[in-house]
Design a protein. Structure first.
Length: 309
């Protein structure tokens, strides 16, 4: 991993930076490319404009580890408020949540109950997705996901191609017929548990995509979402799917707001399912640093805004 990526990922964990950086306009200006705003209204307005181009939306209210049940309850109430707005004629969107925001660190049963509450209030046919956080949470996330699905089948989970274990996890999740969003993985994991070289991560991503689109997955009823902006991988997966006779509407691509916008609409126009994860909220600094770390050009983008008026 490059030094700049390591520095940015460390910065994403700094409490001081999280509290102070948003006061600086150059951080705010740069983050606007990746976040439509801090309020749910701004996120829903972005969802509406995506819907007009045939692109679906998944909303995430930014925030990470919370420390008490009252904070978890506040997160649930926030999302219920968003679902009420959707129910009252807002653009139809899915949600994606982090279990560290729902209490996984201090009460797994409470976290499960919150998950079920949210899933049972989703619009018809829409999923509640669970983000996958650092490897310290993988087992607990899969456990809570499996228990929640016994009560609500409209819950999906994210799998990270950079972890060695994901091949086995994906196989188990396929067996369950789970909705699965495949991503490369955004955390700083050691080489004992994660592929240290990007080409290996990309290769594993391709291999896991094939598993998610296999006849076995189709028979089990898996909804496979390919979460990447990597156009080479997307073309490779589409070419493979064509060679296997896989229908276009079984291929769903998910991207992040503000990244590869033209590709998002192109895929929708060509008949693939295309959706965008929209992050919003005041707690955006750690998330924004992780996005910076993903691409060296983003650091130049940040630097240019530093000098822009
Ligand atoms: C819908 C969705 C949900 C996600 N959920 C999770 C999750 O729950 N857990 C988790 O660990 N990770 C999650 N991620 C992040 C993911 O793990 C990767 O870190 C991120 O998607 C970048 O990898 P990539 O697949 O786009 O490929 P890369 O090889 O990193 O990028 C390919 C190309 O995409 C473009 N690109 C990628 N990232 C950026 C960026 N930040 N800014 C500008 N251009 C960029 C560039 O052109 C780059 O060359 C999610 C990603 C998506 C799209």
């Amino acid at each position: 991993m490059s030094l700049s990526r390591r520095v940015l990922l460390e910065a994403s964990k700094s409490r001081w930076l999280r509290e102070h950086a948003p006061r600086y306009s150059f951080f705010r200006r740069t983050s606007e490319r990746f976040l439509p705003g801090e309020s749910p209204e701004q996120a829903l307005a972005a969802a509406q404009s995506l819907a007009e181009s045939g692109v679906g939306a998944i909303l995430t209210h930014l925030g990470e580890n919370i420390t008490d049940p009252a904070q978890a309850e506040a997160v649930v109430q926030h999302y219920l408020g968003v679902l009420d707005r959707i129910g009252a004629g807002g653009p139809v969107a899915e949600l994606s949540v982090k279990l560290t925001q729902l209490g996984i660190d201090f009460d797994r049963d409470l976290c499960l109950a919150h998950l079920v509450t949210l899933a049972s209030r989703m619009p018809p046919g829409k999923l509640l997705w669970i983000d996958m956080e650092s490897a310290a949470y993988t087992d607990a996330t899969i456990e809570i996901f499996s228990r929640a699905r016994e009560q609500c089948p409209n819950i999906g989970i994210c799998a990270q191609a950079y972890l060695y274990r994901t091949e086995q996890d994906v196989s188990r999740l396929i067996e369950m017929g789970a909705p699965i969003r495949l991503v490369k993985g955004a955390y700083n994991e050691p080489s004992e548990i994660a592929f240290p070289w990007k080409p290996d991560v990309d290769e594993n991503f391709f291999f896991l995509s094939q598993a998610l689109l296999s006849p076995r997955a189709q028979r089990a009823g898996v909804r496979a979402a390919i979460g990447t902006h990597d156009r080479t991988l997307i073309s490779r997966i589409i070419a493979w799917a064509v060679s296997q006779g896989i229908a276009k509407d079984r291929l769903e691509f998910q991207m992040l707001y503000g990244i590869q916008r033209a590709e998002q609409t192109r895929l929708a126009r060509e008949g693939y399912r295309s959706a965008v994860l929209i992050n919003y909220g005041t707690y955006w600094f750690p998330w924004f640093m992780r996005r910076m770390a993903e691409r060296p050009a983003n650091v130049m983008f940040l630097a240019r805004n530093l000098f822009a008026r």
